[in-house]
Design a protein around this ligand. Structure first.
Ligand SMILES: [Zn+2]
Ligand SMILES: [Zn+2]
Length: 177
């Protein structure tokens, strides 16, 4: 392993989440082979293969050069323009079935942990309770059906898990195919 990866406040472990992987490929921005390459979403009108090194993501140069965003600003309500810019343009995104987005807690974007199944979600009862409440609000009125859906997370549908960077509360939303 070469240099330590840059730290991403809103995506602290992009190697475990699968968004950055070890690779001999060269970065589309700096054209260096750093040993690491980005392997998730990048939205741009330009014709570019979004294989960036983590450093060109962290300093914003990849997003600037190719006029793109790693994640849309959808649902990033109530955060400062600075945080919005950091999440969408200087943080590795992630793969999801539906449009990936960030959750907000304590007026800050939360840190993305990963897509998880029921067992990993249940290890964070705060996130499980919050997801159950959100799904009820979204129209899951049949409690048995809802519990069945939650219990099968990880098979087809999964939970996108976050942790608040201020208070450490875990939170999640459901991602379905
Ligand atoms: Zn680079
Ligand atoms: Zn919080």
């Amino acid at each position: 392993m070469s240099a330590t990866l840059p730290f991403f406040r809103y995506h602290p472990d992009p190697v475990t989440s699968g968004s950055i992987r070890e690779s001999t490929e060269t970065c589309a921005r700096c054209e260096r082979a750093t040993g690491w390459i980005y392997a998730a979403t990048f939205c741009t009108a330009q014709d570019v293969d979004a294989h960036f090194c983590p450093w060109c993501i962290a300093d914003g140069s990849a997003a600037e050069r190719f006029e793109g965003e790693f994640t849309g600003s959808y649902r990033l309500d109530g955060v400062s323009a600075e945080i919005l810019e950091q999440v969408t343009r200087r943080t590795p995104g992630f793969h999801a079935w539906q449009d990936p987005h960030w959750l907000v807690h304590c007026n800050d974007a939360a840190a993305f942990i990963g897509e998880v199944g029921y067992t990993e979600l249940a290890a964070h009862p705060d996130a499980l309770d919050q997801l159950r409440t959100d799904l009820r609000i979204d129209g899951w009125h049949d409690a048995a059906q809802l519990e069945n859906f939650l219990a099968h997370l990880g098979h087809g549908a999964s939970a996108v898990l976050f942790r608040c960077t201020s208070c450490d509360t875990h939170l999640a939303y459901a991602d379905a195919s």
